[in-house]
Design a protein around this ligand. Sequence first.
Ligand code: PMP
Length: 363
Amino acid sequence: MSDRVTGNIARQWIRDDIRELSAYHVPEPGKMIKLDAMENPYLWPDEMKLEWLSLLSDIPVNRYPDPSAAKLTARLEHVMNVPHDMSSILGNGSDELIQIICMALSKPDSVVMAPEPTFVMYQMIARFTNMKYQGIPLDSHFQLDMTAMAEAIETHQPAVIFLAYPNNPTGNLFSPQDIKKIIEMAPGLVVVDEAYHAFAGHSFMPMLAEYDNLVVMRTVSKMGLAGLRLGILSGRSEWISEFDKVRLPYNINVLTQFSAEFALEHDDVLQRQTDQICADREILKAAMAELKGIIQYPSAANFILFKVDNMNSETIFTALKDSGVLIKRFADTSGPLANCLRVTIGSPEENIVFIKNLGKILS
Ligand code: PMP
């Protein structure tokens, strides 16, 4: 029978390494309390929502958006404290910026490096763009293993190193001195991914002028705007203008451009929400410390990584899910994330339900 009839033609043409992958899986939350994806739990005050809605009706959806999103870029650069002599491009989420970076740097045999465990998209996108990926294990405190990093940099000469600061899923900030050493050792680009900057305060943005191989990435996703899909990459124009050539025209749609500008004009509202999340993180850490058997890791982000002594993470995950609370469980059973779970900081009410239900499961 011909391939046209059996449907085998895709198997013949799709790259083998793509066929081996599974699609990125996002669990369906239904009516559950959703504490699995590092989202901000808050919507906007009614007054702000109504103002936004009335302004939205004038948006020309029949026209293409501003291809460079100039107004929004300027606003974001201001809010994110991008130094005046640096340039920026925007992405459809910082995921797209990682893809743009890899597309621009991909040459036969070029290497993407990242400490592990970290954000999985660095590895995924390295594969999509035909780059080689080298993950270098973090030490037992989830800090950078500088001996291993130095050796790996020397051996593999990475085109790009991604450092999430704070790191996902561990939640901690790497030592800034170690990051500086890595920037100095790296032969190629270093991307400091500050997706969780809003909850951490620390930043490499002021260091951009000091290093010609550093760029800094941020997202609005964790500031309460995950649905808009918007990230920003800032650095010297030598890098940014090249990345801009790979960016698809109109990658930031009109509704996102308008809505993000509107939201950032009300950044006091977003800031209040972030402050609330930071305060609730400390409350949740203290409440989790009261529960017997919980080992939690230090967090400067809007989530907490933890595990429970003598109890399988699968059991806890499923029992929480059955009680109506969705958190994140890690599939790897032997690596440093073995038996780990990650909970996102929700609203105070959501956190109380989580901690009560977890307490019941552990008792
Ligand atoms: N970087 C890190 C470290 C992340 O954890 C995430 C999302 N979880 C992203 C980037 C992607 O963020 P977004 O595409 O929503 O901007």
